[in-house]
Design a protein around this ligand. Structure first.
Ligand code: PMP
Length: 367
């Protein structure tokens, strides 16, 4: 059997080994029911328990206030690009929404929302996504139904280090690539959502946290599976939910709780990302990260080798060398090139230490 490698994938991404082992142990027989979780009815009392535990552990981890509902949906992050406007665009008569576009994912969300209402891009379009313009330069519309942003742009490595001030307008956040990696005050948000396949589980399930008073405004043509009021009203069981994905997510939540909660994940992700950024910043230009320091991501770090524009030959050689040392999925997104180092919760400091050691070695041999 081949050994496991170190996986720096942007997603689907590394899962904690303890989670995979637990799932393996229970594959054929969950909790002495005699069948595995994939074979359990979503209406069975055993699955009800998996669902309730999953939600309760999440509520614990994020200190979710009582006036927020938690649902588990399908359709991924992209499904929520549609679900958000379908559910919130009718909160006010003007059917308008503000979008803070800071990269590819918020661009796609804004484009999708245009099908359902008027979209105001609050910052001027940027050629490159390497900085988040200051809040006092934003053009927020006080009559917007909601303000939308992406907390961490996975492709560009641009992460908000603060929660935007919206002066009472409900705030909607795509936390797909940084949820549970840092402390968040849920009470500042109207809706938070996250696809599971990066920080909290496997592809197929999307977590949505919704403030109660925003439920019940879906547009008449909103597909029933995307209607927040239907999902909330049926405790995510209007139709068959992604049962196995919910189970894995629940195991990940337990793993985080055991490891020390969100505070511990935040401490670790600071330490992991600092190790990489320090290596870049001390490389005298051999490595570069073109993202402004104010919004450098702790989760996804885009890196160029041999100058800010990158050198394809060196970058290929780095990827090959890393591969030989058992480190994979470090290739940058095709739209930005270079490398991308993804440091989700399941990636350990030891994993990062190995990578950083190789980065230094490679620099000394190739500069
Ligand atoms: N938002 C962010 C921040 C993402 O990184 C991604 C996927 N990489 C998406 C949305 C889209 O998610 P999905 O592929 O689950 O539709």
């Amino acid at each position: 059997v081949m050994e496991r490698v170190i996986n720096f994938s942007p997603g689907p991404a590394k899962l904690p080994e303890e989670v995979l082992q637990e799932a393996q142990k229970e594959m054929l027989n969950h909790d002495n029911v005699g069948v595995g979780v994939m074979e359990l009815s979503h209406r069975s009392k055993e699955f009800m328990r998996i669902l309730a535990d999953c939600e309760n552990n999440l509520r614990n981890l994020l200190t979710i206030p009582d006036n927020y509902k938690v649902v588990f949906m399908q359709g991924g992050g992209t499904g929520q690009f549609s679900a958000v406007p379908l559910n919130l665009m009718a909160l006010k008569p003007g059917h308008k929404a503000d979008y803070i576009v800071t990269g590819i994912w918020s661009t796609k969300a804004a484009k999708e929302a245009e099908k359902y209402g008027a979209v105001n891009r609050v910052i001027t379009k940027m050629d490159k996504y390497e900085v988040i313009p200051k809040q006092n330069e934003w053009n927020l519309d006080p009559d917007a139904c909601y303000v939308y942003y992406c907390a961490n742009e996975t492709v560009h490595g641009v992460e908000f280090s603060y929660v935007p001030e919206t002066y009472g307008v409900p705030l909607v956040c795509d936390m797909s690539s940084n949820i549970l990696s840092r402390h968040v005050d849920v009470s500042k948000f109207g809706v938070i959502y996250a696809g599971a396949q990066k920080n909290i589980g496997c592809a197929g399930v999307t977590l949505v946290i919704i403030r109660e008073d925003l439920i019940g405004y879906a547009l008449p043509y909103c597909p029933v599976v995307f209607d927040y009021s239907v999902q909330v009203g049926n405790n995510s069981l209007y139709n068959t939910p992604p049962t196995y994905g919910i189970y894995i997510m629940g195991l990940v939540f337990k793993w985080i709780l055991t490891a020390g909660g969100v505070d511990k994940m935040e401490e670790l992700s600071k330490k992991k990302s600092e190790a990489v950024y320090d290596t870049i910043d001390n490389s005298k230009g051999f490595y570069s990260c073109n993202v402004d320091e104010s919004c450098r991501s702790r989760m996804n770090i885009p890196v160029r080798i041999g100058g800010p524009g990158g050198n394809d030959v060196l970058e290929d050689s780095f990827l090959q060398g890393a591969g030989k040392r058992g480190m994979i999925s470090l290739k940058g997104h095709r739209s930005v090139g270079g490398l991308r180092i993804s440091l989700y919760n399941a990636v350990s400091f030891e994993d990062v230490d190995k990578l950083v050691t190789f980065m230094k070695e490679f620099m000394n041999e190739n500069r």
